[in-house]
Ligand binder design. Structure first.
Ligand code: UDP
Ligand code: MG
Length: 312
């Protein structure tokens, strides 16, 4: 029988964990799998850890890792994936915003329909603050313009993956992690389930607007080095301005046999600025390569070889 690991990052989720455990346990009973829960306590300040200890004491399917302080959801997710031993691995939030019932369709998607991953995307952002929704939409538009892989609008981290895909994610050693992009970057055949936004069962969101903005900017930075191109844009703009002023100087000289000193000075300044920005652009092209090298992502990810045929 296959084993399903359910990875759950938790930060101050004392109110949600018992509910989550109860609801999810009921759902997994219907699946023909052995289950393990891998809770990651991300340095909670409430009684999250004692609740996890209690659960692990009475149910051997429950495992937990507790951090020495709050390291953020990305770190918690990575730790959970690292500790997960299952053939299938699901990632879920503790607040029941990821409906446990969908685990059954996810399992079917992988085991019966042959997908490597089944993810979930919210089709609505009902009950979410309007400003937050507007910024989220803008973020997805922007990031999809600059990244080489598609990051699906409304996609949650909530997903079930095969062991191969989980190992591929774990093989990406970068410290500045943005899982939404990593899940897409590793490839694999992904099915999307759609559902309407569900409100958090208890407690409040752990993401302040400031934290979310930092997450969005950090996400763009780690997913792409496209912002470095801004140097080239400025270089071209200054060069065009320089050409414009030189043209204006020639017209002035021909028509009035006179060129004002400002019109001589400005194109020189613009030319110098264009050269400086171009220099920075050249440097940034190398920084881009260094950044890619430092991230040390694999050149490719193998999905299957003939060995898998014999193993089946
Ligand atoms: N979380 C975490 N570390 C953090 C912030 C959040 O492990 O620093 C967990 C949190 O406990 C929850 C999940 O990440 O299980 C999603 O957080 P939340 O529900 O607050 O985010 P939202 O749904 O509002 O985007
Ligand atoms: Mg939530």
């Amino acid at each position: 029988m296959k084993k399903l690991s359910i990875v759950v990052p938790c930060y101050n989720e004392e109110e949600c964990i018992p509910l989550f455990y109860e609801k999810t346990s009921e759902v997994v009973k219907e699946l023909p799998v052995k289950t393990e829960f891998v809770f990651v306590d991300d340095g909670s300040k409430d009684s999250t850890l004692s609740i996890l200890r209690e659960l692990a004491g009475k149910d051997e399917r429950v495992r937990y890792v507790s951090f020495s302080r709050n390291f953020g959801k990305e770190a918690a997710l990575f730790a959970g994936l690292k500790h997960a031993a299952g053939d299938l691995v699901a990632v879920m939030d503790a607040d029941l915003q990821d409906p446990p019932a969908l685990l059954c369709s996810m399992y079917k998607g992988i085991e019966e329909e042959g997908y490597d991953c089944v993810g979930c995307r919210r089709t609505t952002r009902k009950n979410e603050p309007k400003l937050r929704s507007a910024f989220a939409r803008l973020f997805y538009k922007l990031i999809n313009k600059v990244t080489e892989v598609e990051i699906v609008d409304g996609a949650r981290d909530f997903r079930m993956m095969t062991r191969k895909m989980t190992d591929a994610i774990l093989a990406l050693p970068e410290v500045d992690r943005f899982s939404k992009e990593l899940f897409s970057w590793v490839g694999f055949k992904t099915k999307w389930l759609e559902y309407e936004n569900v409100e958090r069962a208890k407690g409040t969101t752990k993401w302040s607007f400031k934290k979310l903005t930092r997450y969005a900017i950090g996400g763009i930075e780690s997913a792409t080095s496209a912002p470095l191109k801004i140097n080239l844009l400025f270089s071209i703009l200054f060069f065009l301005a320089c050409i414009g002023f030189v043209a204006a100087d020639i017209v002035q000289a021909v028509l009035h046999s006179y060129v004002s000193s400002l019109f001589v000075l400005l194109p020189i300044l613009f030319f110098v600025a264009a050269c400086l920005f171009f220099g920075m652009y050249v440097q940034s092209e190398y920084i881009k390569k260094i950044y890619a090298q430092v991230k040390s992502r694999p050149l490719y990810i193998e999905k299957e070889t003939e060995q898998d045929l014999f193993r089946k």
